[in-house]
Write a protein that binds this ligand. Sequence first.
Ligand code: MN
Length: 247
Amino acid sequence: MKSKKILIVEDNDLNRKLFENLIGQLHAYESARNGLEALEKSIYSRFDLILMDIQMPQMDGFTTLKKLKSQAHQSCPIVAVTAYVEESERGNFLEQGFDDLITKPIRPREFLETIQMHLTKDPPSKPLKSNTGVEQVLDKSVIEQLFKYNSKSTLKKVFEDFLQECNQTLQLLQNQESNPEEILAGLHMLKGNSGTLGARRIFSVCQNGEAELRSNPAFQTNELSISLENEIKEFNQFLNQQTIFES
Ligand code: MN
């Protein structure tokens, strides 16, 4: 019996799907793709917890938080889920009114534990762990966690979508017509999703590329596109060698 209801506010399709899969096993949920949708849903439903992405189109997480807090009937915990943060900025999120902060890429077990903790109203005490580690093609611990909470067929589809996204971003980099903004958006999205899926080397390439391009919009992307192409190949090969999706 799913007695608790959670509102997932997240614009990234891949993240939203993963969150829905994780949460759906334990609780009822609704999803919103941006702050405006979240506000609308909150008028008609009562939630026990809201998970709030920060960077979203239409209305961002901070603005949405303020509006939700001004609605008397929504007094549930609101937890920020964001990639745009260092652990040191945690205080800022709490000051703004968030009840807690989960950093992306999420770790499924910690993610669910944090949610459970707020649903059972225990005080937040667990420090966030930073994601450090060696550069593997695929982070085994992330994969193990993902498999604990998602079916093989779901994950297979997620990885297929991810590879497609990798190739789209690569095409953006290879296309002379692409403008820096488009490339940045592509790299940023791919950085987040590769982090979520534990594709560590693709993550690093995107992270470095994004930083370079931000500091210098005239940055030549040739080398970056070659690195990304190689990492995508490696990743693809790695997946093909694995039997992880076979039942
Ligand atoms: Mn977002």
